[in-house]
Design a protein around this ligand. Structure first.
Ligand code: FMN
Length: 211
């Protein structure tokens, strides 16, 4: 095993440091966040920091990079108040990765990738077509992480649209049936496969498989 001290990490060149720190916490969720400008221009970008914050009330959050450069997703969410979170599947990864390119505010990444918009009645912001889990979210709040200038965006889950075949007993979603990907670091996309599922763990009771 190789040891990287805090000091070694600090002195690494930017890219090796970035790769190390972005991969060392493990696989992350892979989502496309889609929004719209006031003028009606769609925006979509890849985010690996979306996590659920609690189920009652249903909430999620994600980490936004420092706003030292224009952040279109952030601006649109603040302007419109709503956004969508869409799971990335294997067939989408080229387009999904390309959405991280810094396009101007008046350019829709949907026009520069093979990703397609999808709309549902009564909702003005776009979803990503073909995504098996699409979540309609309402901006609630944000917390500045003063140590590094990032922002934790907090949102309520207003609606979830799910491809029927992945909904299992008691609403557990079996994501591998639709090849939902995970992100390893900042540029690697993987397809996880289910290995096992277990009963609720209780002290001294042997763990039981429920698959
Ligand atoms: C794999 C991957 C994951 C990313 N995750 C995040 C993230 O969690 N938060 C973030 O602010 N930017 C993240 N980015 C960068 C954004 O995708 C990028 O800044 C994009 O240009 C934002 O688009 P926007 O300006 O339209 O919002 C990620 C990029 C990649 C390639």
């Amino acid at each position: 095993m190789i040891h990287f001290s805090k000091e070694t990490i600090q002195h690494l060149p930017k890219i090796p440091r970035l790769n190390l720190i972005n991969s060392c916490t493990g696989y992350k969720s892979a989502n496309l966040i889609a929004t719209k400008t006031f003028e009606g221009i769609s925006n979509v970008a890849v985010f690996s920091s979306v996590t659920h914050l609690g189920s009652d009330p249903a909430m999620l959050g994600f980490i936004l990079r420092p706003t030292t450069v224009p952040r279109n997703t952030y601006k649109n969410i603040k302007d419109i108040g709503y956004f969508t979170v869409n799971h990335i599947v294997e067939s989408m990864i080229v387009g999904a990765h390309h959405t991280s390119a810094r396009y101007e505010e008046n350019i829709s990444e949907f026009n520069h990738t093979d990703l397609e918009e999808e709309y549902y009645a009564g909702i003005s912001v776009p979803f990503v077509k073909g995504s098996p889990v699409q979540i309609y979210c309402k901006y609630l709040n944000e917390y500045d992480i003063k140590e590094n200038g990032t922002i934790h965006i907090i949102a309520s889950i207003e609606q979830i649209i799910i491809k029927e075949n992945i909904i299992q007993k008691e609403n557990w979603l079996r994501l591998d049936l639709e090849n939902v990907v995970a992100i390893n670091g900042l540029d690697a996309y993987c397809v996880p496969k289910l290995v096992n599922r277990f009963d609720y763990a209780r002290p001294y009771v042997p763990t039981k498989s429920i698959v």
